[in-house]
Design a protein around this ligand. Structure first.
Ligand code: NAD
Ligand code: DAU
Length: 349
């Protein structure tokens, strides 16, 4: 099986490529990635010399380049995206371009070349806010809240239309919040861990009572392989950690493992339109594909914190340049007044 992996230099994509090359002897991988600020070939150093691996730098919106790189591949696993909600709020254009148009270009070329299987990597954010106690299954309505999640929902619908209209062999995974090694420190988990390691404030958006379903990236990779190999064409599969936690509770857990004080916790102005709760019903993955998460949150957090502690060189390599300007712009001097914290998240719904 020759796999074409888009976005393989990012967080989940790089974990996925290492996972596949380690466990699937009959697979080779072409990693197609534009290397945006989030793409980092250092994530793949351990397999860069593997003869079953090759890298092509390219944009998924560039049809000619995609066609050239994709020739000879049997299947696509499509991770490439602008993946950060906050950035999509500050500058939405890139999310729409890559997530919607890029997916369209890939679908067109994949159909033209007769690709046998196309796994589209989507997100639980397409379901939007879940009510307290509720869980989204694969038939729940799509009610995205941010430019990022609406661009992902748009790409999901495009994929669905290609299955229905052209009989294109696509499948969709929707996973919850991934955490683990090699995650770019704009996201909650690595941002909080690395700030805490440096004794810097941990910026809690709004009241910190938002809930997320945490999934270790290795469990997600195993789920994506199961869907790739055994999922039913045209189906959507939710992949969640089944561990729904309030952000504040998660921060207390992190601080305990790190041995750092609660005084680092700092409430800041909320994210506009901030979804309160994500929670997935993953019964379909277990029933159809025998998949369920294997890494507990306790074990995953200890392992992830340990990874950031012992990979300070990797961290220093990404916490510079663009990242520092981003952090300065959106975190330094961010409003910490009670008024901003109480009102910031209440965008119209
Ligand atoms: P990431 O931001 O770490 O990596 C994205 C990768 O895509 C980068 O390597 C980047 O260079 C590449 N890329 C961006 N635009 C591109 C383009 N136009 N052409 C080619 N490559 C491009 O993202 P991630 O966190 O690894 O997420 C991967 C996928 O999983 C995304 O589709 C995201 O929506 C989805 N997802 C992520 C999470 C999560 O918790 N991180 C959860 C659910 C779903
Ligand atoms: O749910 C899946 C999604 O998870 C993926 O589709 C996205 O690609 C991924 O970025 C992630 O989106 P979230 O918005 O849930 O993740 P993020 O890490 O940005 O934030 C997690 C929670 O923590 C959220 O409630 C916002 C909050 N937060 C985040 C940051 C960066 C803070 O309180 N402070 C912060 O500085």
């Amino acid at each position: 099986m020759k796999l074409f992996v888009t976005g393989g230099a990012g967080f989940i994509g790089s974990n996925f490529i290492r996972h596949v090359l380690a466990l699937k002897k009959g697979y080779s991988v072409v990693n197609y990635d534009k290397l945006t600020y989030a793409g980092n070939l250092a994530n793949l150093e351990s397999i860069a010399e593997d003869p079953r691996y090759s890298f092509v730098r390219g944009d998924i919106c560039d049809a000619a380049a995609v066609e050239q790189a994709l020739r000879g591949c049997n299947a696509i696993v499509h991770f490439a995206a602008e993946s950060h909600v906050d950035r999509s709020i500050y500058e939405p254009a890139a999310s729409i371009e890559t997530n919607v148009k890029g997916t369209f270009v890939l679908l067109q070329i994949a159909r033209k070349l007769g690709v046998e299987r196309f796994v589209h990597i989507s997100t639980d954010e397409v379901y939007g806010d879940m009510l307290p106690g509720a869980f989204a299954d694969e038939n729940s309505p799509l009610q995205p809240s941010s430019p990022y999640s609406s661009s992902k929902a748009g790409s999901d619908l495009l994929v669905r239309s290609y299955v229905r209209t052209y009989g294109f062999p696509a499948l969709i995974t929707r996973s919850s919040n991934n955490y683990g090694p090699f995650q770019f420190p704009e996201k909650f988990m690595p941002l909080m861990i690395t700030n805490a390691l440096d004794d810097k404030p941990l910026p809690i958006y709004g009241d910190g009572k938002q809930q997320r379903d945490w999934l270790h990236v290795e469990d997600n990779c195993r789920g994506v392989v199961a869907v790739l190999e055994r999922g039913r064409i045209g189906e959507v599969y939710n992949i969640g950690g089944l561990d729904v936690e309030e952000n504040l509770t998660m921060l207390h857990r992190l601080l305990r493992v790190l041995g750092k004080p609660d005084s680092l916790l700092t409430y800041v102005k909320d994210r506009p339109g901030h979804d309160r709760r994500y929670a997935l019903d993953c019964a379909k993955m277990e029933k159809e594909l025998g998949w369920k998460p294997a890494i507990s949150l306790d074990e995953g957090l200890r392992q992830t914190i340990g990874w950031y502690q012992s990979n300070s060189d990797w961290m220093a390599g990404v916490r510079k340049g663009d990242y520092l300007s981003y952090y300065d712009k959106y975190y330094v001097n961010r409003d910490t007044s009670l008024h901003a914290i109480a009102d910031g998240g209440k965008a119209p719904r």
